[in-house]
Design a protein around this ligand. Structure first.
Ligand code: ZN
Ligand code: ZN
Length: 106
């Protein structure tokens, strides 16, 4: 079992909050974590517990106006976070493939 400070996962390949440079984005007092859409595999930064979403991460990151994300910012699929965020965490290879390695601490 690995422990993120905020999102806990047993998957050694999952990228969780401790793997991310928490200073890469200045949002609020939340914890940022990359989430991956199960339908289209789009990645975005999610600020928890507030639910702010940051997109366009490879160019100029921008915060969406929506107060709390409940659907994929890319394809619009409804997402259910009731069981926690762990099942939406991307793998390291997905983060590298999306050219988002700059957000990792290692
Ligand atoms: Zn925030
Ligand atoms: Zn999607």
């Amino acid at each position: 079992m690995r422990f993120g400070n905020h999102v806990i996962t047993a998957d050694a390949n999952a990228v969780t909050d401790v793997d991310l440079d928490q200073t890469a984005i200045t949002c609020c007092d939340g914890v940022v974590v990359l989430l991956c859409c199960p339908a289209c595999r789009a990645l975005w930064l999610h600020c928890d517990p507030h639910g702010h979403s940051w997109v366009d991460l490879t160019t100029t990151p921008r915060k969406l106006d929506r107060p709390r994300v409940d659907k994929c910012p890319s394809c619009g699929k409804g997402l259910h976070f009731d069981a926690g965020l762990a099942t939406f965490l991307p793998s390291r290879s997905e983060v590298f493939a999306a050219d988002l390695a700059r957000y990792l601490v290692t």
